[in-house]
Design a binder for this molecule. Sequence first.
Ligand code: HEC
Ligand code: HEC
Length: 360
Amino acid sequence: MYHGSDHGTASPPQASPRHLFVRRMQGLAVVALVVAAPAPVLPAGPGKAAAAEPDAAFNLLSATEPISPIPLEIDVDRDKVALGEKLFRDPLLSHDGSLACLSCHQLDRGGDDGLRLSITNRGEPGVINSLTIFNSALNFRLTWRGRFRSLNEQMESVLHSPSEMNTSWAEILPKLQADPGYVAAFNELYADGITRNGVLDAMSSFQQSLVTPNAPFDRYLRGQQDALSAEEIQGYQLFKNYGCAACHQGMNVGGNLFQKLGIFKDYFATRGTITEADLGRFLDTGAERDRYVFRVPSLRNVAVTGPYFHDGSVDSLAEAVRKMGEAQLGETLLDAEIDLIVKFLRTLTGEYRGRPLGVD
Ligand code: HEC
Ligand code: HEC
């Protein structure tokens, strides 16, 4: 049922989530489960998250809770971030000028495109739901099926993908060199001027800056008692008691484990014909145990990143929670419980550049 030997720093559960939950409550599995922001895609140099001064209450809760807050301050090179942002917003990075990274990762929304399936450069629905770009540097692997270990690997793939940017370095670099603004900006920051490595470095610096701290739930973890209502706290208790936190935990409330979709109930039975994208990690390993296995997604900002699941098949967060209960835990959640869990999930919406996501 569970699988995987090369999971980076996170240990996969060896037992059912409910069993794990019990073990964690006994204090036995804390180290394995409470993994915050494992190393592979975290920046090693500029951009590495530097924890803000924790207060006493934060120390107390962080030791006992399965989720840890996103640091309030991160150490980034502002000039590289600014250059990376310009590239991120620029359709010049696509072959025909039809798409920018921003087209499918909208920063004034949830960092995704709000669509069931992303639209390709031919204007047709693609094969999979867009992931949010916010906090993606905190995930141990990237994409729904965890195909890439670094932002750079992921970027190379999307730049070359025929249905997305459909371009090459041989095409991108001369385009940038023809633009005096880019020439000046790259010369300022990189000894070699405009190069593949410089483009990747600036863009990954920008992506590392896309963290969303200061969610109400993080304020609560830091000791601000009134940051959550009584119902939101009840929702969090249910989230832990049912065992959601066995999979969705760590700093990103997910993003550090591989798990099968449909452990207790076949998710696809009622959804319809299996597509290639449904096969998940199986596409990368060919191992039978990886069929329908996905990286557990982050639930940070989940209230503003619908539609849900890799197939974008669910519009409402309540419905997504209900399906998770059945498919991942073998539990039929009551409507009142789902309502409380959704209230808790809404407290995971953080701030980008000082503004809560999804608020105009
Ligand atoms: C046509 C829409 C589209 C465009 C354009 C696009 N993306 Fe994406 N992006 C997606 C989709 C869809 C996924 C999920 C892919 C998957 O899981 O297989 C994704 C996933 C990602 C992820 C992984 C997030 C995570 O947490 O795993 C990153 C990082 C990312 N994109 C960065 C970029 C960058 C950088 C660019 C520009 C060079 C870009 N994207 C352009 C649609 C797009
Ligand atoms: C055994 C691991 C596991 C457990 C337990 C689990 N989940 Fe998930 N969750 C996943 C995986 C894997 C996915 C991604 C499925 C997909 O879309 O392919 C997911 C997806 C989600 C999503 C959709 C996220 C998005 O961006 O589309 C939500 C919401 C969610 N889970 C909430 C919960 C809640 C609430 C619980 C407890 C009732 C829970 N999960 C229990 C593994 C788990």
